[in-house]
Write a protein that binds this ligand. Structure first.
Ligand code: 6GU
Length: 224
């Protein structure tokens, strides 16, 4: 799949997306991620991408032209399944949305600035608005990085053991069971005996039981 991200702060995305599992997925060719600076699409000689709001008040508003130029240029190269605008007003991002987006071919994410983007961009150029939670970030870049990370790790081959993305917390609306590794005892703190038994059937049952108990205790809303 391909993910294009439009931003005025590319550095905020290179940090999270140039490392670890996402970086490996890019190197393996599972995902092609392109980060574009909206300023590169400004026709202004100072590469301006914002202006005063007609409604007055403090704060600059991102102008429509550079964004439209950028989206139009990208759309000429390929068809996008989704053009997402990041905004706290948007539909809440969750595992289900990550799963859905991970099946797409081409996604474009426009990083927003709350209160700060010409409404006509939202009305005419995007297909959905997405929020990562009920709090306000300074810009949509970190939200775009969160979404991209959650999507990329679902791509077949992105994580070592393919089972593990499917057994994640939330995939079946259950939290993950606790995991342990060696040593079997540390400072008198013991790993549950059953995990040392070698009986995979019993261990599978124990894992499921633990998942259900943890979900009831920590996230009963997931079971409703
Ligand atoms: Cl997607 N953008 C911004 N600016 N703030 C957020 C958000 C997005 N999701 C939660 N807070």
């Amino acid at each position: 799949m391909r993910i294009d991200i439009l931003t005025v702060v590319p550095g905020l995305l290179h940090g999270p997306l140039d490392h670890s599992i996402v970086q490996k997925a890019r190197k393996k060719g599972l995902v092609d991620i392109h980060i574009h600076n909206i300023r590169d699409y400004s026709n202004d000689k100072h590469r301006k991408v914002d202006d005063y709001a007609f409604s007055g008040g403090a704060g600059m508003v991102m102008t429509i032209e550079p964004i439209d130029n950028a989206i139009s240029a990208l759309k000429q190269e390929r068809e996008y399944d989704e053009i997402i605008y990041t905004s706290p007003d948007g539909e809440k991002f969750n595992q289900k949305m990550a799963n859905m987006l991970s099946t797409k071919n081409n996604i474009l994410i426009l990083c927003g600035h709350y209160k700060g983007i010409d409404q006509r961009v939202r009305d005419h150029l995007i297909t959905r608005e997405v929020s990562i939670g009920d709090y306000v970030l300074t810009g949509g870049e970190l939200a775009a990085a969160v979404m991209t990370d959650a999507i990329v790790r679902l791509l077949p081959g992105a994580i070592g053991d393919e089972q593990s993305a499917l057994s994640d917390s939330f995939q079946d609306n259950l939290l993950a069971p606790p995991v342990y590794t060696r040593p079997a005892e540390y400072k008198g703190w013991k790993v549950p005996d059953i995990l040392l038994s070698g009986n995979t059937k019993l261990i599978d049952e124990w894992n499921l039981q633990q998942s259900i108990e943890r979900t009831k205790k920590l996230r009963p809303d997931l079971l409703e």
